[in-house]
Each structure stands twice: as C-alpha cells, then as structure tokens.
Design a protein around this ligand. Structure first.
Ligand SMILES: [Zn+2]
Ligand SMILES: [Zn+2]
Length: 182
C-alpha cells in the first residue's frame, strides 16, 4: 500500500478497498493486546490529488470497534466513520506566528501537513493513524451507564452493592474543607 508519487497523474487517483484491521500493524497490535477488537473490515475510500508539488490526500474510513465501556468495562461496539484531509509536502513551511482563535500556535500536524518521506506515501500508515485518532476516548455502553462501584467493583447497572452511596459526596465535602498552604 505504498504509493509512489511518480504514479500519481495530474488528474489524481481514487482508491477504494476493504481490508481487515489485522493487515494494519498498529491495529493488529491493539487487537493482540486485547485493548479492542475490530469485528468488521475497514472500508476505505481515498483520493490523492497533486497540487503544485504537494499531494492532497483525503479519505473516509468506516468500520466499527469493540472496546470496553470506560465506566463498566462491558464490551461496547462503537461505529467509526471518519473523514480526513492531509497534505504531503516536501518541506514543512515556516508557520511561526500562525495562531488559532485561542492564540495558541498551530503546529504543522494540526494543519494536516505531513512531510513526504522520499517519493512514497504509505497509505497503510495513513489509514491506521486515522483509525487510532478516531477511536473514542470514553466509550460508553449507554449514556446512562452507572459504572462499577469504586470500592467493591460491583457492576452498578446490575446490582446495588452494600457500599455506602454517600462515599463520594463525603469525599467532596472533605475536599472542600481542605486548605492549601502556599
Ligand atoms: Zn458501561
Ligand atoms: Zn460497592
């Protein structure tokens, strides 16, 4: 899945493929470590367009991932549908002084700029990175998931444990009274 930039004609290139996550080393490793599972193959559409010495790569990846609920750890299926745009450049431009609305400096990466290594674009690399970026940070089996009891580990969706439910509020009350010496 390495694409030589010399094979990209002026009118650009469109690619479409369906491949199992196991064909992508980073995703395969996530599965081997049992951090998540990709029960369906990745459906990928890509478009590569040359533009004055640069190459614009845009695409869409659809699949789903089974990952533990961040509260109760139950395996949870999350649909992934991500679109992206990257620009491969020979040289990263000086972007000092470029700031976003919050006055933060924007990095080349945030602008979607990627330094072209040699004459090849590694599409496998692109796809797996985009999948990782699209993975949910805090997947939930249901928005109302009550999670596990932090004391006894009981799944509070299924049972009420015997731990005092006021534990949390007591802790907060104690925190409120904390005085921090400077
Ligand atoms: Zn849950
Ligand atoms: Zn408990």
């Amino acid at each position: 899945m390495r694409l030589s930039v010399h094979d990209i004609r002026d009118e650009g290139l469109a690619l479409e493929f369906v491949e199992p996550a196991a064909n992508f080393p980073v995703l395969a490793e996530l599965q081997e470590r049992r951090e998540c599972r990709f029960p369906e193959p990745l459906r990928v559409t890509l478009r590569i367009q040359p533009a004055s010495g640069m190459f614009e790569v845009s695409g869409r990846i659809e699949t789903c991932v089974e990952t533990p609920c961040s509260r109760c750890l139950k395996p949870t299926l999350v649909v992934l549908d991500t679109s992206f745009e990257l620009t491969y450049v020979r040289e990263l431009p000086e972007i000092e002084g470029e700031e976003d609305e919050d006055g933060r400096e924007i990095s080349a990466e945030e602008m979607g700029l990627v330094l072209l290594q040699g004459d090849e674009i590694d599409l496998r690399e692109v796809v797996q990175e985009q999948v990782v970026l699209a993975m949910p940070f805090h997947p939930l089996c249901a928005p109302s998931c009550r999670g596990l009891c932090p004391r006894c580990g009981a799944d509070l969706n299924n049972e009420k444990c015997r731990c005092a439910p006021t534990d949390f509020s007591l802790k907060f009350a104690a925190l409120k009274d904390l005085k921090i010496d400077k």
